[in-house]
Ligand binder design. Structure first.
Ligand code: KIV
Length: 286
């Protein structure tokens, strides 16, 4: 059997994360749910693309992540895979896809990897997921854990608020992170946790922390692409820095096109097709 060389040197694989942490180099992660955005963020140099269940809020308009299905994530992963050449592709396990037993979880994770092309999966939860993470890792499935604010628990939590604010809750978060590392997760998302706690977790863990609303000390920063480019609706959380206003750009473009159509200036001759010169229009018109 010949061992094929990995695609190319720029391609990011799981071990690159630990190597970057050891070098003290920060990495970046963004969400993407389709071919063009995957291609754009990959070409811009983002090292990790998360096909997040934030798609529930951002592209499906569900209002939260609860209704997101395996089919929706799978279809998005396939499109992202076609668009991204270098970034590591992580697929979120949607709510319900890892809650009814280890075998079902493994099957769903394998679907995202085998059919979708994901290179790792992410799931939410702390000590309650340790056994599951061990099983997935035993089955050669790279796992990103996710603690702090876990949006799939929105009904239990009663909203989206900063987690780990008391000494007791902070200690529990740190313990959870260590347990998930021991279970074999290769990275851990820290969402909406005090920066001091994220700094402790980042220092005490050998695996990479991926922060969102968790301060600057995390090894990797992640944002929802649509928030960063101004293509989302509603009030943005304070940790989001918006670098563009794509909603405004789209609105202006569409409004201008409507105007041009209504006043007859679109389409012009160059934007349409004429009959060949040797065809006589009189022969066609009755
Ligand atoms: O679904 C998602 O986009 C996420 C990030 C916010 C970490 O889980």
């Amino acid at each position: 059997m010949a061992y094929l060389k990995p695609d190319k040197p720029e391609k990011i694989y799981v071990p690159a994360l630990r190597a970057a942490k050891e070098r003290g180099e920060k990495l970046v992660c963004l969400t993407a749910y389709d071919y063009p955005s995957a291609r754009i963020v990959d070409e811009a140099g983002v090292e990790i693309i998360l096909v997040g269940d934030s798609m529930g809020n951002v592209i499906h308009g569900y209002g939260n992540t609860i209704p997101v299905t395996m089919d929706e994530i799978l279809s998005a992963v396939k499109a992202v895979k076609r668009g991204a050449s270098n970034a590591l592709i992580v697929a979120d396990m949607p709510y319900g896809s890892y809650h009814t037993g280890e075998n079902t979880t493994v099957r769903n994770a394998l679907t995202l990897m085998k059919d979708g092309g994901a290179e790792a999966i992410k799931l939410e939860g702390g000590r309650n997921r340790v056994q599951l993470v061990k099983r997935l890792v035993d089955e050669e499935i790279p796992v990103v854990a996710h603690i702090g604010l876990t949006p799939q628990s929105v009904h239990k939590l009663g909203g989206y608020s900063v987690q780990g604010k008391t000494a007791e809750a902070a200690k529990r978060l740190i313990e959870d992170a260590k347990l998930l590392e021991e279970a074999g997760a290769f990275a851990i998302v820290l969402e909406l946790v005090p920066r001091e706690i994220a700094a402790i977790v980042t220092k005490e863990l050998a695996i990479s922390t991926i922060g969102i609303g968790a301060g600057t000390e995390c090894d990797i920063q992640v944002l929802v692409l649509h928030d960063l480019i101004g293509l989302s609706f509603g009030r943005l959380p304070r940790f989001v820095r918006q670098y563009a206003n794509i909603r405004e750009v789209m609105n202006e473009a569409v409004s201008k096109w409507i105007e041009d159509v209504k006043d007859g200036s679109y389409p012009n001759e160059k934007e349409s097709y004429g009959l060949p010169k040797d065809v006589d229009i009189n022969e066609i018109e009755s």
